[in-house]
Design a protein around this ligand. Structure first.
Ligand code: DGT
Ligand code: CA
Ligand code: CA
Ligand code: ZN
Length: 568
């Protein structure tokens, strides 16, 4: 069964190869749009009928038929035809920074370059600079890129890692007195789970001092370029940072443009065109007259829209919702009243229940559940019913000592291979809160994994499925299961889905949150804390929930404890 990512990759390759062949822009874009639409699907496209694929926004009936063929046969005739014409080695040149399909085509046509070796030879012998649009600088840049292994290119870092770097970097930049306003834009501002590079936008009275300030950041390993309005550096850990400085009257427009996403920008620009206007990173213009640009608010307003939160700017319907006055009121961290997935020293947590409780109270939570592992998770000394009863005594003692926070007795019970749970029902029945999670044998078939999850959801004592996909960003692929079926049963059983806030989990994903909300399933944002400090991770879970269009009412742990209890 082909995964969505595999289907999308084939479509992207077709788009790129069509572009290599000089095909028109609209046809090229149709394939890239379709690839994106498929990546955004929370359900497996391979299981949809041609008619259902046709209904996906961004995919026409012609493409829907081709995708069905691809899924059925594992091949798409057009892809095969193009692959014969454009060898993989040539296609992969498009991934070299500064190239892209259009320029690769020029190199192939004019210099007969068909792979990395050809390209390196041409760059070394100074042949590249003879081509329009290339210079000595681009030869240098390309040689540098070629010196790194192709596979290492495009490595993304976790949002949490980017946040740590961005905080130090912006603190350094703010020392520059010329800077007036500044923000980290790009995927970082949209709070994507991983970040490719940092795009910083600033407005300033004088530009050069800002550039100098970035170049002097202690972690800079290399300055790739530094001009009047833009400086690009690579930090020691490999992360690239672009700083763009603009005039204050363009700050909002530049911030908007470089926040993206690209798809959001393209949609807005088309809207502007329909109004007879031009939208760019400099502002919104009618003929030569600037209508807006100083703030984002002003630009959106001039397009007839309310300001759109960056987390929504993915062209997943936010522009339509904004036009209709139906943007969601996104959940915020302060909406959370409790945390319903935490660990203690009884299993793999690093702190006592009391220390966890004190910290939870300190950050303003009204309640939290201790949900240690069940016995099967032997590596973490998972709890037997007897040890669980010991834990309840301790919880009662801590609760008696500590005022101002309510402690819930919970468990993170393992979902066994047949979908049964790792503790007997009469034990689960005595708990305040039951998280059920998959931890072992995650590589089952789609049907098996769906059946396992469905069976766990059917258990009347399960309140929420923990980190439902089991993925670890950059390390472990998600479990293959039928999300729409799981959501359908969860809705029936009143079982919630977790948004696990651990920065390498962020599970459910943003689009899966959207699907859950759409299916009428409630969410729970949980830190899965193993120490008091980790309650702070809740922020990342909230980010992910916001990207999934969630409002406070969609999330159970925004409720008071009384209303949460009434639900069971
Ligand atoms: P990343 O860095 O891969 O995590 O993702 P982004 O979204 O930060 O992408 P990046 O750094 O390539 O570009 C930053 C923003 O600049 C992007 O979100 C939208 C805007 N942008 C970049 N290229 C284009 C383009 O070709 N057209 C339009 N309309 N906007 C673009
Ligand atoms: Ca970026
Ligand atoms: Ca960038
Ligand atoms: Zn856990």
């Amino acid at each position: 069964m082909m995964r969505n990512e595999e289907i999308a990759r084939v479509l992207d390759e077709i788009g790129d190869m069509l572009e290599l062949g000089g095909e028109n822009f609209f046809r090229v874009r149709a394939y890239h749009n379709a690839a994106r639409a498929i990546r955004d699907q929370p359900v497996s496209v391979a299981e949809l009928s041609a008619d259902e694929i046709d209904e996906i926004r961004g995919i026409g009936s012609d493409l829907a038929g081709k995708i069905t063929t691809l899924v059925k046969t594992g091949e798409m005739p057009l892809h095969r035809e193009l692959s014969a014409k454009f060898p993989r080695e040539l296609l992969e040149l498009r991934d070299i920074p500064g190239l892209g399909p259009k320029r690769v085509k020029m190199l192939a046509d004019l210099l007969h370059i068909h792979g990395r070796d050809d390209l390196e030879r041409a760059a070394r012998s100074g042949k590249l600079r003879e081509i329009r649009g290339f210079g000595a600088k681009s030869e240098e840049r390309i040689l540098k890129a070629l010196s790194k292994p192709a596979a290492g290119a495009g490595k993304r870092i976790l949002y949490s890692e980017a946040l740590a770097i961005a905080s130090r970097l912006t603190a350094h930049l703010r020392k520059c007195r010329a800077i007036r306003e500044m923000e980290v834009a790009g995927s970082f501002r949209r709070c994507r789970e991983t970040i490719g590079d940092l795009d910083i936008i600033a407005s300033a009275s004088e530009f050069e001092p800002c550039m100098k300030q970035l170049r002097s950041f202690p972690d800079v390993a290399q300055v790739l370029g530094s001009g009047e309005t833009k400086t690009t550096v690579v930090l020691k850990d490999g992360l690239q940072v672009d700083l763009r400085v603009v005039q204050p009257q363009s700050y909002g427009a530049a911030l908007m443009y470089f926040t993206g996403s690209k798809a959001h920008n393209i949609h807005l620009r088309r809207m502007a065109q329909d109004l007879g206007l031009l939208l760019s990173e400099y502002g919104l213009f009618r003929d030569k007259k600037m209508l807006a640009g100083k703030t984002e608010n002003e630009v959106y307003k001039s397009l007839g829209l309310p300001w759109i939160p960056p987390e929504l700017r993915e062209d997943r319907g936010e522009i339509e919702a904004a036009s209709a006055g139906r943007l969601p009121t996104l959940i915020t961290r302060t909406d959370l009243r409790g945390d319903l997935h935490t660990h203690s020293t009884y299993t793999d947590g690093r702190s006592s229940i009391e220390d966890m409780a004190r910290r939870a109270r300190e950050i303003g939570l009204e309640y939290f559940a201790t949900t240690d592992h069940s016995r099967r998770v032997a590596m973490a000394h998972g709890l037997t019913p007897a040890r669980l009863r010991d834990q309840w005594k301790e919880i009662d003692q801590v609760a008696a000592r500590l005022k101002g926070i309510s402690l819930l007795k919970g468990i993170e019970v393992d979902i066994l291979d047949d979908g049964a749970l790792d503790l007997p029902d009469d034990t689960l029945a005595q708990l305040d809160w039951v998280v059920a999670s998959l931890h072992y044998n995650l590589r089952g078939t789609r049907a098996e994994m769906t059946r396992r999850l469905v069976k766990a959801i059917r258990n009347p004592y399960v309140d929420v499925i923990g980190h439902p996909s089991g993925r670890l960003l950059g390390h472990r692929d998600p479990v293959d299961f039928d999300l729409s079926e799981v959501l359908r049963v969860a809705r029936e059983e009143g079982c919630a889905m977790e948004v696990n806030a651990q920065p390498d989990r962020l599970d459910l994903t943003d689009t899966a949150c959207m699907a859950a909300k759409h299916a009428g399933v409630k969410l729970v944002i949980s830190s899965d804390s193993h120490s008091p400090r980790e309650f702070d991770l809740l922020d990342y879970g909230v980010n992910q929930a916001r990207r999934g269009w969630l409002e406070a009412s969609d999330v159970l742990n925004t409720r008071t404890l009384k209303s949460l209890r009434a639900r069971r």
